[in-house]
Design a protein. Structure first.
Length: 299
């Protein structure tokens, strides 16, 4: 009897976010290299960080590095933790009026008691590289031109690069945040998936996730989706950036080992969604620049 007779061969695809994002950045770099001759300058992204939240320090540094790799001019402004809201808002208004700035990103979360909503609505819509401005959110839900938020945009690109067409598929999203869960659910709907949006009050989550052909997890809880909660052949996108409480190591919202043995494809953490988010930020910055130099909002 063959050694392999009792084993079914499970072929798993690890979705390589690093490679897919590198390809996007390389293509953007090529585009940006032609801008000085054509437009007299390159795009300029200004990132604002308030306070010293350790995760935000790392994220902001990675955004600057990506800009450098793509050839996007970038400025990072760091304000103290106790910056008054009016001061932050007047800085944003100054950047709105600065013709040399194409994109403005204020890193979230903001320290209390700063109002994220007020900050986001103060950023000029045409410089909103995050796609968080109320007019951009409205554009997503009304299917009118808008800037797409980076993480959901990156997730849709990962699915496309993996050859997964959401059309007619059962897609389950865990998490209902403004940044990921809500917009990715809408984008999956627009791609003709049948979408279920789950959250902390969902009853019998496992019975819902077992129905999923595409599972997007943005719950913010380490390894909360385990192998018994998914069906064979599912495509799993893990948006989590957590610490394993046992090992202290970086991990996702999905228990990779138990889920990978059932999934057809799965994103790793790190190296999945994270790099795609940053590559999409680069793409959005180029889009904002092009709208500005071409004198129209056609997003
Ligand atoms: N914090 C976590 N994700 C994001 C993001 O996509 N944009 C901003 N501005 N802050 C974040």
């Amino acid at each position: 009897m063959s050694t392999f007779a009792n084993h079914s061969i499970h072929c798993i695809m690890i979705i390589d976010g690093k490679q897919i994002s590198a390809a996007l950045k390389a293509s953007l770099a090529e585009q940006v290299a032609a801008f000085p001759a054509r437009y007299g300058r390159v795009p300029h992204l200004t990132v604002v960080r308030v306070g010293e939240d350790p995760a935000s320090v790392v994220y902001v540094r990675n955004k600057a590095k990506a800009c450098d790799a793509v050839g996007i001019r970038n400025t990072t402004l760091v304000l103290p933790e106790d910056t008054p809201e009016e001061e932050l808002l007047s800085l944003i208004r100054r950047l709105n009026g600065d013709d040399t700035v194409d994109g403005i990103l204020v890193q979230l979360p903001l320290p209390r008691p700063l109002s994220e909503a007020r900050v986001i609505e103060t950023i000029a819509r045409e410089k909103d590289v995050d796609g968080f401005h109320p007019l951009n959110v409205a554009g997503l839900w009304q299917k009118t031109p808008h800037m797409e938020p980076c993480t959901p945009k990156g997730i849709m690109k990962l699915l496309r690069a993996t050859g997964v067409d959401p059309k007619g598929k059962r897609a389950v999203v865990i998490g209902r945040s403004n940044i990921v869960g809500l917009p990715v659910a809408k984008m999956l709907l627009d791609a003709n998936a049948t979408v279920t949006l789950c959250h902390t009050r969902t009853v019998d989550l496992a019975s819902v996730t077992r129905q999923a052909e595409i599972l997007v997890v943005a719950a913010g809880a380490a390894k909360m989706v385990t192998g018994d909660m998914v069906s064979e052949g599912v495509v799993i996108i893990d948006v989590g950036m957590d610490r394993d409480p046992q090992t202290g190591r970086l991990c996702g919202d999905v228990d990779f080992e138990s889920c990978a043995s059932k999934a057809a494809a799965i994103t790793p953490v790190p190296g999945g969604v994270g790099p795609m988010t940053i590559a999409c930020l680069m793409e959005n910055t180029v889009e904002c620049f092009l709208h500005r130099v071409n004198g129209s909002i056609t997003v």
